[in-house]
Design a protein around this ligand. Structure first.
Ligand code: AMP
Ligand code: MG
Length: 452
């Protein structure tokens, strides 16, 4: 493995893989490059209870109709519609879960509950509110007070789901309603794209665990906690890779371990211009660096690489058969060298890594939803880089002459080190480059990154 001195003395005389070598890429261009490298993971079969939030790997068809029998929609009496209002003998009953052991003849009625199969011979239901029961010669009779059409209050076979119907298409993201649909068609085992295993590695000699006492020059590692949580919340399978120091060999080993185990590796720190910022040159050595600088604020040093490895001996290590993209034994990892500053790492993760995660998970639309919002206060634009300004988006019913609209309230000072600027932020305002200050009330586009 390369030593530190090797990494800092390349033939070119500049830092190998250093930030200065990379063209500053606009974010949309970078996202296109990332998505072109992000391929859906293989389809696996999982129990229904485990697939919430995952993406369906094939179409799901209904094997039988719903309802499978003509079912009553009401509690009341099964009748022959043509009989009309009048008094009729009660000849039987059928409750949900049972079946009639008789055939209804014209001039008879049968008690029926919601969801019960209509007895043979009956063709409509009269709800109980339109009826009254009485005795005649010791036998039960029913007074029917309403005229009903054939089929009234009866769910015909297959009205809700037809036999053979595609109830869910491949590529559908499975939410609670979709899980209900899978259950109703008997799909107890579901073909879904595997969740991406997302490794999170912090880098920096100054970092300690949150529970540790701070020594001189040390700070607590916040990026890993935030990124692991974000990965889990967004449907990835988080893999905690700990903290690596800034020593080249140890860092390289930690990177390689992560690359072998994860579909996506998120590192934070070590991608800026310092002499110990070794992540870029190490990635350039291990694989292909697609870009190393972004035209954005915050997050300029974001680096994206792909690394292909043979998985010899490592596949078994990755729990749950993780990471088996492509051919047998071959494995490909997407590596995001996120900046160290806490806000920069979160924002670049959201903008570039999350769409990649979604695409690996099989999503057909990997993008964040967008809304337009009115600024609650004036915001000064950046003269050089488009800014992703953290804001709280709220629906205000009084805006737009009572039609309502979103209002964006800035989270305050936007320093890339100030994680408090992400607190309660559910929007990233897309602020263009400019010399001016946008006035309060100006309408801007915003990515919706949290619950509205
Ligand atoms: P770097 O990109 O390594 O130069 O880091 C930039 C800044 O982010 C430095 O002030 C680091 O101390 C800080 N930083 C790096 N990693 C983390 C982390 N995991 N948690 C909190 N701060 C970090
Ligand atoms: Mg560092």
């Amino acid at each position: 493995m390369a030593s530190q001195s090797e990494l800092r003395s390349p033939e070119t005389g500049t830092e190998s893989g250093g930030e200065a070598e990379y063209r500053m890429l606009p974010v949309p261009e970078a996202l296109t490059l990332v998505l072109a490298q992000s391929h859906a993971l293989p389809v696996v079969e999982l129990p229904l209870a485990q697939v919430l939030g995952m993406v369906l790997g094939s179409d799901v068809l209904a094997p039988d109709p719903l309802p499978p029998f003509p079912a009553s929609m009401k509690d009341g009496y099964a009748v022959v519609a043509g009989d009309g209002p009048g008094e009729y003998p009660l000849v039987g009953e059928v409750r949900a879960g049972g079946v009639a052991d008789f055939t209804l003849e014209p001039g008879q009625v049968a008690y029926i509950t919601t969801g019960a199969p209509l007895p043979p011979g009956a063709d409509a239901v009269v709800m109980v509110e339109e009826t009254s029961q009485f005795g005649r010669d010791g036998a039960p009779w029913v007074r029917i007070g309403a005229t009903v059409d054939k089929g009234a209050d009866v769910r015909a076979v297959g009205v809700d789901v037809a036999e053979g119907q595609v109830v869910l298409g491949r590529g559908t993201r499975l939410g609670p309603a979709e899980l209900g649909i899978l259950a109703t068609v008997g799909q107890a085992v579901v073909p879904v794209h595997r969740r991406p295993v997302v490794g999170v590695l912090s880098t920096g000699d100054e970092l300690v665990e949150p529970g540790a006492a701070l020594g001189p020059g040390q700070i607590r590692d916040s990026n890993r906690a935030a990124l692991l949580a974000a990965v889990a919340a967004l449907g990835g399978e988080p893999l905690d890779l700990g903290i690596a120091g800034d020593e080249a060999d140890a860092l390289a080993a930690a990177l390689q371990r992560g690359i072998a185990q994860a579909d996506i590796l998120l590192t934070s720190g070590g991608v800026s211009m310092g002499d110990l910022d070794l992540v870029k040159p190490l990635l350039a050595r291990l694989g292909t660096v697609h870009f190393g600088r972004l035209l954005m604020k915050p997050g300029k040093p974001l680096t994206f690489a792909t690394v292909a490895t043979e998985r010899a001996g490592v596949a078994d290590q990755a729990a749950g058969g993780a990471a088996d993209q492509g051919a047998e034994g071959a494995h490909r990892c997407l590596v995001f060298g996120l900046p160290g500053n806490p806000v920069s790492s979160m924002v670049t993760f959201l903008l570039l890594a999350v769409p990649a995660m979604r695409q690996l998970a099989g999503a057909t639309n990997p993008h964040w939803p967008r809304v337009q919002a009115e600024l609650a206060q004036p915001l000064r634009l950046d003269a050089y880089r488009p800014e992703f300004h953290r804001a709280t988006l709220q629906w205000d019913v009084a805006r737009n002459g009572g039609r309502g609209g979103f209002v964006a309230t800035s989270t305050g000072i936007q320093a890339s080190s100030r994680l408090l600027s992400m607190r309660t932020a559910n929007g990233l305002l897309l602020l263009p480059v400019g010399e001016e200050t946008l006035p309060a009330g100006a309408v801007v586009d915003a990515l919706v990154i949290g619950e509205l």
